[in-house]
Design a protein around this ligand. Structure first.
Ligand code: CP
Length: 311
């Protein structure tokens, strides 16, 4: 793997290998011996053009736990504010001989464009409403650890799928791994041709949750809206918010997931978000560090091979 730009195009074998490596890092992160030297001498730059809590922090922790030098850059504090372009910013960083560039950008496709210009490995930390591959991997690891498998499960993805890069990456991954995906939401928040991605579409949440193993809730992405997609928050919660009554329609052992950040009382009730038996939301965050360590591990192995071949 040279870059990680999306889940689309990864083989089931590549996905499984990343999850297996991440599984090992979960145990390391829970031990007293968290730091390794695998990436000693490597430089990782987190270049974020959009806000983030989980992705940026966990990439920083992942890099540091593997012994890399990690630098965080946000557009707000950079020369982007003075008019420097994305490509010029990337080329400037490239000249500093970094090894891995993690990029989050509001435009779909921006991370791929950048990967074509630089010499280092590039990881997509979320581009517009296109893909967020490490989120899908950490979601898959969380599910696999709880259910023992991905194949044969029915996973409901509920809410603002239209604007969600998390939904898109999860659909690619779950399809590739043999799970059934059911997307649930109002017509205004689902892409018009979503069935072409190989998912079942249900507009009635109560019906859609029947018999599912996993419920993934999505935030309404107001920052990507260019119109009125929902009539009111109260009405949205009534029809599409996950609460105890709707949860009762899923399988008795169905688990609750959310990529975060959550908007409590909009797409999810606090009662179910904080359910210690069924909610995996905190565990998803823990898996995020392990998955990002696995991605850095695999991509820098490729760099080592590449450098070895050149010398
Ligand atoms: N899930 C996710 O990407 O969260 P952040 O925006 O906090 O990184």
């Amino acid at each position: 793997l040279r870059h990680l730009l999306g889940i689309q195009g990864l083989t089931p074998g590549e996905i499984t290998a990343l999850l297996d490596i991440a599984d090992g890092y979960v145990e390391q992160n829970r031990s007293d011996d968290k730091r390794k030297t695998l990436l000693r001498g490597r430089t990782v730059i987190n270049l974020f053009f959009e806000n983030s809590t989980r992705t940026r922090t966990s990439f920083e922790l992942a890099g540091k736990r593997l012994g890399a030098d990690v630098i965080n850059m946000q557009a707000a504090g950079s020369s982007v504010q003075k008019g420097e372009t994305l490509i010029d910013t990337a080329m400037t960083l490239n000249a500093m001989h970094l090894d891995v560039l993690v990029v989050r950008h509001p435009d779909s496709g921006a991370v791929k464009l950048l990967s074509e210009k630089v010499n280092c490995a590039v990881i997509n930390g979320g581009d517009g409403s296109h893909e967020h591959p490490t989120q899908a991997l950490l979601d898959a690891l969380t599910i696999r650890r709880h259910k023992g498998r991905l194949s044969g499960l029915t996973v409901a993805i509920c809410g603002d799928v239209l604007h969600s890069r998390v939904a898109r990456s999860n659909i690619h991954l779950l399809n590739a791994m043999g799970a059934q995906v059911r997307v649930i939401g109002p017509r205004t928040l689902l892409p018009s041709a979503i069935e072409a991605m190989g998912v079942e579409v249900v507009h009635d949440m109560r019906r859609g949750l029947e018999g599912v193993d996993v419920i993934m809730m999505l935030r309404i992405q107001n920052e990507r809206m260019r119109g009125n997609f929902i009539p009111s928050i109260r009405e949205y919660f009534h029809f599409f918010g996950l609460d105890r009554h709707k949860l009762a329609l899923a399988k008795p052992d169905a688990v609750i997931m959310h990529p975060g950040p959550m908007n409590r009382g909009v797409e999810i009730d606090s009662d179910v978000a904080d359910d210690v038996e069924r909610s995996l939301i905190r565990e998803q965050v823990e898996m995020g560090v392990a998955v990002r360590m696995a991605c850095l591990d695999v991509l820098t192995r490729h760099l080592t091979l590449q450098n070895g071949a050149a010398s």
